[in-house]
Design a binder for this molecule. Structure first.
Ligand code: 5GP
Length: 189
């Protein structure tokens, strides 16, 4: 997706050879016009695949999930990283190792919003080691729903998440795939 790649090239900050910062349009300040185009592109890439619902994890995935849901005309659900006291009835959860925080956390979704037999599209901002996507896939499986595919805004192709997920047979669509992050800048695949 050229618009996205240009934006990453212009505004992305290489923090290290493993971490890209995109706080100015995706992870802190959000550009609604860009997110709208990202949502439209995700919807295009999953045309012809039946999707009942989108699942992401708070917080950075939410804006993208909502826009993709807008174009696919389905609800967007986000897994919470802590179980709120108001989430009293049934829940489905999975534990996930955070690539950026280097710690384990729990993802939890109310059983009210993910149901047996539904086709669910996972959406997230980054795909790195794939742990977040695998934890969301586990939630989908535990709920008796089906994984329709995975959409990532930015895939770091030099990490193994994309391959791990594709080798499992999952459909993975990434709108920008990064080959290398370094002192010379950002190289796309
Ligand atoms: P994974 O679970 O695939 O290793 O990592 C995905 C999650 O980690 C994403 O939800 C994202 O929040 C975060 N993440 C991974 N790599 C990066 C990165 O290079 N930059 C930023 N800003 N977040 C990242």
């Amino acid at each position: 997706m050229k618009l996205l790649k240009d934006r990453i090239q212009n505004d992305g900050k290489v923090v290290s050879e493993n971490i890209l910062k995109v706080d100015s349009f995706l992870n802190h300040q959000i550009d609604p016009l860009l997110i709208r185009e990202i949502g439209a592109e995700i919807s295009r890439r999953f045309q012809g695949i039946h999707i009942d619902k989108i699942l992401t994890v708070e917080s950075s995935g939410i804006a993208v999930a909502v826009m993709a849901g807008y174009f696919l005309q389905v609800p967007a659900v986000f897994a919470k990283k802590q179980q709120p006291s108001t989430m009293t009835a049934g829940t489905v959860s999975a534990s996930c190792f955070s690539f950026t925080k280097k710690s384990e956390y729990k993802m939890v979704v109310s059983s009210d919003y993910i149901s047996k037999g539904e086709d669910i599209l996972i959406v997230d901002d980054f795909l790195a080691s794939g742990n977040a996507a695998f934890a969301l896939a586990e939630i989908i499986e535990k709920a008796g729903a089906r994984l329709a595919g995975i959409a990532a805004v930015i895939e770091k192709g030099f990490q193994d998440g994309g391959n791990r997920l594709r080798n499992k047979g999952y459909i993975v669509e990434s709108l920008a795939v990064i080959k290398k992050l370094g002192p010379d800048g950002i190289v796309f695949q």
